[in-house]
Design a protein around this ligand. Structure first.
Ligand SMILES: *[C@@H]1O[C@H](CO)[C@@H](O)[C@H](O)[C@H]1NC(C)=O
Ligand SMILES: *[C@@H]1O[C@H](CO)[C@@H](O)[C@H](O)[C@H]1NC(C)=O
Length: 616
């Protein structure tokens, strides 16, 4: 009996200890987080009450300045009008899950918008009356579905109003006035939006009908806006009949275009088949090997040439009378030394035709199988500079880089020879054409491939840091898989070799910046990396285009990203979290504007930081 009473008392005691301890432990972690935040701020004199060893919500003089508390839990930060600047340590705040309000209104913060979007539970966000500037990424608010009030007014934000902001389902109030936002006002989804101010920006175009309930005072100071509210009719849209005529015209034009495309496609196909046929017909030219050209170089040339190549030795002399470098120059002898003769004795098989040219598989007598790339429009450099450039490529050594073995240079013909990897390209596997014994790429293998690609790319960015674009042609068909699915990057470093026509064939020239402004940069490689990441994660089978970037971005801005993941990938059932993180990296890498896109270092760090990857 006494024993039982003892136990009851003991457990009572225990629970009262717990009751006392619990709030303390909570506030201890809040206090740590807040002190860490304070450290990242400059000019934080206003936060003198924030001192270690006191409880943020129940200090000797009450709560610390600027905190909103509920009981002993911090639910809001209202650091307003305190003259603060510096960086906001969002990392510290991530450890405060109870935080629902974050305001640094009326301070002196500068720079691009901080990563407050990592605080997914926020209901109120205010950065008003600071000196924040720069564009806000269009997907910035995607993971902030709880937001009700957003105030960014009186800053220097530029670019379009982020579309993810317009998709927030619970938005009640939005203040964007007195910034430099431009472009059109997106249509807002939230039915509860009842306070809106976009005055004094550089917005243009028609005010969306979803905002018709707001009056002129929400829109003033945007001279290029039109609509009833601002008393300025939008330029009259064509009436129905002219609309119909236009529509009919468009349909006709479309049909004509379609027929033309079909016509050219057929032409092209026929031509391609001819080329293939020729390859099959090409035979090694017998024993007088020294004087003849590579059989591959005869492909698609006239029959006359083919004949003369086999019978005459003067085909070795180029037009200017000098003997051309009609030989194979080894740049890397790790796979043995071979010459044109060895290539010629073997039979060539077409692997494919790409925008830069064609590639052939040649199995040589010495047991080495190589890929010979016959590259068009590689005419930017004379033979000496070409030699130096490709020899430099031949010195590259990295576990994820396929180093060229040899080249052949003539004025009218450039070949680059690589080792052939029997697993083929990543594209081939993503299209589900891996050998039956290999099956589909499982999730751990995909992770290994992504990490390897990132590592190889990082290496190239170190080696070719000063180039316009270090790799320049990163796409899944140029990632080759070794026997253990280790990825190898190939077809990199062509940027200085190609003439203007040739550059168009690089995948980096399919990026938005190249399409719009004809510029590329190291960030173009990041975009290409992003495309590969998206291809590896989504249900789409990679067909080497950049459309996937737009497709995923739009899904992201509509909050549909979870639907994109191909969770049927073998071995991924417990890895949806890491898939989502990687998807996010893919999206940030394929950001349309290079300024907003991740840099190579950031991208690689984000990939490496995906915790689950480190265990795989
Ligand atoms: C901004 O903060 C300062 C103090 O730093 C205060 O005097 C001023 O009234 C505040 N302005 C607004 C608009 O709140
Ligand atoms: C919007 O902001 C402008 C500029 O600060 C102000 O003049 C206007 O009254 C505000 N309108 C509303 C509806 O808040």
């Amino acid at each position: 009996m006494a024993m039982a009473r003892f136990f009851t008392q003991f457990s009572l005691l225990l629970s009262s200890i717990l009751v006392v301890l619990l709030p303390l432990t909570f506030s201890a972690s809040d206090s740590e987080a807040l002190l860490k935040l304070k450290k990242s701020l400059t000019n934080a004199g206003a936060l003198d009450s924030w001192v270690p060893g006191s409880s943020p919500c129940n200090g000797p003089q009450g709560a610390w300045r600027g905190l909103v508390c509920q009981g002993s839990a911090v639910t809001g930060l209202r650091l307003e009008g305190m003259g603060l600047s510096g960086t906001i340590d969002v990392d510290a705040l991530v450890g405060m899950p109870g935080l629902s309000t974050f305001s640094v209104e009326n301070n002196s913060f500068t720079g691009v918008i901080p990563g407050i979007n990592r605080l997914g539970a926020l209901k109120v966000l205010s950065l008003s009356r600071n000196q924040f500037s720069g564009d806000i990424p269009s997907g910035y608010f995607v993971k902030m579905g709880s937001l009700k009030k957003v105030r960014l007014s009186y800053n220097k934000f530029t670019g379009e109003i982020p579309v993810s902001l317009a998709r927030l389902p619970n938005l009640v109030g939005l203040h964007l006035q007195n910034n430099h936002f431009s472009g059109r006002i997106p249509s807002f989804d939230s039915p509860s939006l009842n306070s809106l101010n976009v005055s004094n920006n550089r917005l243009a175009g028609e005010i969306p009908s979803s905002l018709s309930k707001f009056s002129a005072s929400s829109f003033v100071g945007n001279p290029d806006l039109c609509g009833e509210q601002v008393g300025f009719q939008c330029p009259s849209t064509p009436n129905n009949t002219s609309k119909n005529i236009i529509a009919a015209l468009m349909v006709t034009l479309g049909a004509i275009l379609f027929l033309m495309i079909i016509f050219f496609a057929i032409q092209w196909r026929t031509k391609k088949q001819e080329i293939n046929l020729e390859v099959v017909q090409v035979q090694p030219c017998g024993s007088s090997n020294d004087a003849v050209e590579v059989p591959i170089s005869m492909v698609a040339e006239t029959e006359e040439r083919t004949k003369s190549a086999c019978s005459e030795s003067d085909s070795n002399i180029s037009n200017d009378g000098k003997p051309s470098v009609a030989e194979l120059v080894m740049v890397n002898d790790e796979k043995g030394v071979f010459g044109l003769t060895d290539l010629m004795k073997a039979s060539a098989e077409v692997l494919g035709n790409g925008p830069l040219g064609s590639s052939y598989r040649v199995r040589m007598a010495n047991g080495v199988t190589v890929v010979v790339k016959r590259i068009r429009k590689m005419n930017a450099l004379g033979s000496d500079a070409f030699d130096a450039e490709v020899k430099n490529l031949g010195t590259l050594r990295h576990p994820n880089i396929l180093t060229p073995l040899a080249y052949h240079y003539r004025k009218e013909e450039k070949l680059i020879v690589y080792e052939y990897l029997s697993k083929g390209s990543l594209l081939y596997h993503l299209q589900g054409e891996g050998r039956e014994s290999d099956g589909e790429l499982d999730w751990p293998t995909r992770v290994k491939i992504v990490r390897g690609i990132a590592a190889g790319l990082e290496y190239l960015h170190g080696e070719f840091a000063s180039r316009g674009v270090p790799h320049g042609n990163l796409k899944s068909s140029n990632v080759l898989l070794g026997p253990d699915y280790n990825p190898f990057l190939s077809d990199y470093g062509f940027y200085p070799l190609l003439d203007n026509g040739g550059l168009e064939g690089l995948f980096a020239y399919k990026t938005p910046e190249a399409m719009q402004k004809r510029t590329v940069s190291p960030k173009s490689d990041v975009y290409c990396l992003g495309i590969i990441i998206l291809e590896m994660l989504t249900v789409q089978d990679g067909n080497g285009g950049t459309d996937i970037g737009r497709w995923v971005a739009s899904a992201f801005s509509e909050g549909r990203q979870a639907e994109l993941l191909d969770t049927k990938i073998k071995g991924c059932r417990n890895s949806v979290g890491s898939m989502e993180k990687l998807l996010r990296v893919g999206v940030l890498c394929t950001e349309t504007s290079p300024e907003k896109r991740l840099g190579i270092k950031e991208a690689i760090k984000m990939i490496e930081d995906i915790h689950e990857f480190q265990i795989l």
